[in-house]
Design a protein around this ligand. Sequence first.
Ligand SMILES: [Zn+2]
Length: 457
Amino acid sequence: MAYRSGGRRGGRGRGGGDFYRGRGRGGGYQQDGYYQDGYDDPQYQHHQPPVLQPARGGRGGQSYYNGRGGAYEPFGRGGRGGKRNAGDTDGMADHGGGPRRRGGQGGGNPLVYCRHFMDGTCQARSSPCGFKHGLLRLGGMPKAHSNGIDAMLIQENPEDSTKPILWTGSRDGKLKMWEMVEQDGSRLQFREKQDTNMQGCNVTSLLYAGDGVFVGQSNGVITCFRLNGQTFTLTGHTAPVYALLMLDDVLISGSWDATVRFWKFDAASQQFGCVQSVPVCSGVKAIANHTTQLWVATIEKIQVLDLSNNGTIGAGFDVPKVMDLLLYSGPSGSFMLAVTLSGHIKAFNLQTGAEEYDQQHSGPQQKIMKLAGLKDPSDGQDLLLFAKDNGWITALELPTMNERGSFRAHNEVEVRSMVSIPALGLLFTAGMDGSVAAWKFVPGGTPPCKAGGAPAW
Ligand SMILES: [Zn+2]
């Protein structure tokens, strides 16, 4: 039987926007894959149905953003110069750790998520403590790996859909598989199910497609582990493979060797073969697909390949050092979101091809490493999350880019990997110290009751 992906899947049209890095995925989540089978289970439907929020005017006063008019605009244009306070760690790094500042309620920061609420211990039940409520820490692993984690992947558990599987790939040369089990309604426990030695190679990217996990490695090799135990080795790249994408039956890989390769499974020989290799201008860090376009983020600029015309390189964007790309399709259209090592967040309108948003969200010392998208179950708001090299993560509301809040996910280390289950408000982050943490966006107010309360995820 031919090895092929499970077929094309678009967004499910649940009212809000969809996040995805590619179409044609097989079963299960991959990267920011949208709602998949199994998670449609009523058990996971405890949140309110998503509600569109087309106009969010008049919020200028609440946000650090200035000059937001009342009219709906997907992304503000111009006039946004200067640095924002978003993610600025000064004065908020260790909030809540000591005695409350003088001034009582005034000591907090409404744009920083409350650390005590995260752990279910904030005593400010009836009145706000000054920090933002609405994010839980479900658990984590301080030492999932002995070195930095560059790649993660969420996969639906074929044996038990209530126990999603997390894959982590590290610079310690290991690929690990974890089963996640809910405990006490608001905690996640990680159980190591598999530990694979990648023979001295760092894991640089991961993709779940069809019935296999594709592992991009630092030596340029891609290994595919099928669920049935079969293993395939895809050789051709000569430098780390940082990006993987499945489009229909074609695996697309982007490498630091400045090529994008297209692979197909040959049923006769039972092997993957490289059907095409497209040279691009420099090393590839991320790829994303929209219709017949393949966006390729190289260290020099973004190049856009025309998949309907043999991967011909078309117009691109002079944006260097893009670390991650994410496609967002919302009520106001489809956008390619990009983040850079110099701290920029950009949004490109895929209908007009124009760059509609550009903001430097951090200082020069703070690089943005990774993007993820999810829907906040408290109000159905689409969120864009970006992770920085100081361990902080900031949530922006899409498509307005208004800041919702920031939190420190990892202690003064780069967050190089971040995956989400968008419709559930679940986020997984990993640091360069080998740690993994799980997060859940929830309605604010009082922390969930741990005894007999509704499951938090
Ligand atoms: Zn609090």
